[in-house]
Design a protein around this ligand. Structure first.
Ligand SMILES: [Fe+2]
Length: 299
């Protein structure tokens, strides 16, 4: 029997007909859908490239030493790209336009977040997912929730907007997995607690940008345990989700179990929002984990 026959169906993708990034699009007030762990997919919402921008759909613009081409806000400085000053200026303008359109879209879909959504990095990924060599911990072809060793979120959410700009008809292929609460229950009892004083030590040594809360400890352990668990990867409830070129999709990547199995040429915008400003904060991973453990995790 194939592994997929063992898996329960996972139905997390919700599809919408929007063709516009701006305020004239039809979908709005869908906070509860994204906060309950769905992926919102817009198969008719393409990020349009100008004729002279198609040349950027080539890995040669990506610095081989960098993970992605990216913009760092608030200044919007370009990182990880190689080329002449004129080319890099045009490349940056394309990525800035994506950041602005993503923000307009997010504020229309989720008006409750207005005034609270902070723009994180914007990334452009012209390289093939399959071609990247990684350690198991960095291997994003394994199902995981997003959590970062050096960047404790302290309950702040990661809302991500993705768009596939592949010019050759190649979809972005994801797997999506079980709901967050079921996932947390699978591993929570065996995760262990941080060593006393470790949060302050990691911050003092510069390993983390700020003290790693117990929430971040749990999220990082969940990320690592899932990726290291071959049995989980093979047999847990999961479904394929293919995002064709011209598709834009949005989810809370710290909540939706996801794996990027293939694809090339994508743009991604990260937004940060404090859990307190969600429409339903009790659905956030922080609240779910505090309920399951019976204690506060942001001490
Ligand atoms: Fe991820």
């Amino acid at each position: 029997m194939a592994a997929s026959d063992l898996a329960d169906p996972v139905d997390v993708v919700r599809t919408y007909d929007d063709e516009s990034w701006g305020d004239d699009g039809p979908t709005r007030n869908v906070e509860e859908i994204v906060e309950s762990g769905h992926v919102l997919a817009f198969p008719r919402l393409a990020f349009a490239l100008a004729p002279d921008e198609h040349r950027f759909l080539d890995p040669r613009w990506a610095d081989p030493k960098a993970k992605n081409v990216s913009l760092r806000w608030p200044a919007g400085e370009l990182r990880g790209a190689v080329g002449s000053a004129d080319d890099l200026q045009a490349l940056r303008a394309m990525i800035v336009r994506f950041a602005e359109q993503s923000e307009a879209l997010a504020l229309r879909l989720f008006p409750h977040y207005r005034g609270h959504l902070r723009r994180g990095n914007t990334s452009f990924r012209p390289t093939d997912v399959a071609g990247r060599v990684r350690s198991w911990r960095q291997d994003d072809t394994r199902l995981h929730v997003d959590a970062f060793p050096s960047n404790p979120m302290r309950g702040t959410r990661l809302l991500r907007v993705f768009t596939n700009v592949n010019p050759h008809g190649v979809p972005r292929r994801w797997r999506v997995g079980e709901p967050f609460e079921a996932h947390a229950k699978r591993y929570l009892a065996s995760l262990g607690r941080p060593l006393p004083g470790s949060a302050r030590l990691l911050a003092a040594l510069g390993i983390t940008k700020r003290p790693r809360s117990e929430y971040d400890h749990v999220m990082l352990r969940l990320h690592d345990r899932a990726k290291a668990d071959a049995e989980f990867q093979r047999t847990s409830p999961q479904a394929r989700a293919d995002f064709a070129p011209g598709t834009t999709w949005i989810c809370f990547s710290d909540q939706v179990l996801h794996a990027a199995m293939g694809g090339q040429h994508m743009l991604e915008q990260t937004f940060l929002i404090d859990a307190a400003h969600l429409a339903e904060p009790e659905r956030a991973p922080l609240a779910v984990l505090e309920r399951l453990t019976g204690r506060k995790l942001l001490a």
